[in-house]
Design a protein around this ligand. Sequence first.
Ligand code: BES
Ligand code: MN
Ligand code: ZN
Length: 514
Amino acid sequence: MKIIFSGPGLAATGALVVGVLEGGKLTPSAVALDKKINGGLRRAIKADDFIGKASQGLTLMAPSGTRLDRVVAIGLGKPGHLDERALHKIGGGIYALLGRSGSKTASVALDSLDKAKMTAAEMAVCIAEGAKLRSYRFDRYRTKKNNNNNNNSGPPTLGALTFRCRGSDKAKAAFRARDKVIQGVFMTRDLVTEPPNVIYPATLAKRCKELIKLGLKVEILGEAQMRRLGMGALLGVGQGSARESKLVVMQWRGLSRGKAPRKGPEARAYMPVCFIGKGVTFDTGGISLKPSSGMEEMKYDMGGSGVVIGLMKALAGRKARVNAVGVIALAENMPGSNAQRPSDVVTSMSGQTIEVINTDAEGRLVLADALHYTDTRFKPRFMVDLATLTGAIIVSLGSEYAGLFADNDKLAEQLTEAGKKVGEELWRMPLGEAYDKLLKSDIADMKNISGGRGAGSITAAQFLQRFVGRTPWAHLDIAGVTWTKKDLATAPKGATAFGVRLLDRLVADHYEKK
Ligand code: BES
Ligand code: MN
Ligand code: ZN
């Protein structure tokens, strides 16, 4: 779907969207339209229970005296409440109403509003972003295009969405950068949606190479190299699979090395911000086999690495003035004659030994080596890892928040704030010595599960922390938010790419050189 910005006015054809405030007050564009259709809009609002609540929609078909397909009144709620997130939702709502409606073009008329914190152009950008995020679709394996638009389930019909407002040139320029982030989100969604016979460590690594053309440096380590580095924890997870494990390192240099000062606070700006992703391309559980019901969901167990890839694409795409590194740990967790066994002891790259009590607690094992590798190789400004790590985080937080674990309050606060702004919310969970103790092993430095029934997400995070040195670190357990079973305002059901916009925002707000 094309997004277009142009000067104020009411479109004559296609679908026309106008805003209505909470309580039913029409915006100036809505008033102008209502006049054109002889008060038809006001009458329709009265006849319906439409009250202009944010994202509420009301459709009028083909009003006479116009050549419009339809008019949509979209609720804007209270102007004082119109922040970025509310506008994303409104945009998503507009797409939900029009994407498959039969209309080929639509135009949204936006006015400046009293008491609003944003100009019409700024609002247009946010609404456009929401609409585009909602328009995502994965069609690769459909061989028949179902043409049934009556029940709003067929292929999209909407080819272009135009925003008409004052300052449209500014909006167009601002949207260009946002669109780069959306392209990152879409790449993540594609990768997470792909089936595990198509996306496995080698093929996922190959997809990372597509980013080279954006100026990223991409290195792929195979099993031989990882063995030389001593990555016994990661290799143990993949050893039951016919598919070779991989570690991919993606580097974006938004700041040139030549200009870096050697010491002082200025030098910190050149230290790379590092993102690490769990990339278990399919998690059967291994010898600690999962039940078959629902196992198909475990194709999204590479969701963390999918986010890291999409984030790197976003940062490079919008030429972020930051040095950033993405590291993804790729393995397939399979049972088999060479699979690791419960009670195996592996030696991680850090030298610490791990007794593998449960082969299904594999995410922490691949991340252990990826975290240590990143920390020692890059001397990061901070590290943030993302992982669909525990079912327990779904018990705690459902699909509303991702779990946030951090050893650094400043980083935790910055992440939480960024999440609120983009609508990808985090809830901080505790870490502490009492939890750490639960990982004591009788024969190795630690075991990979606590064995007790409580605090599963916390002990998993505690395990990861053992592989982080003094670098500020945060861990996002995204098991509950990576995949949605129902349509959300800014994501159709399926892969959400939760984390891409959040981390892009973290970088934009705090870590880019001005
Ligand atoms: N990939 C799973 C976690 C998961 C569960 C992600 C549901 C998304 C949805 C992880 O590897 C796992 O199996 N965790 C175990 C840990 C347990 C063995 C300590 C779990 O959560 O049951
Ligand atoms: Mn598992
Ligand atoms: Zn897993």
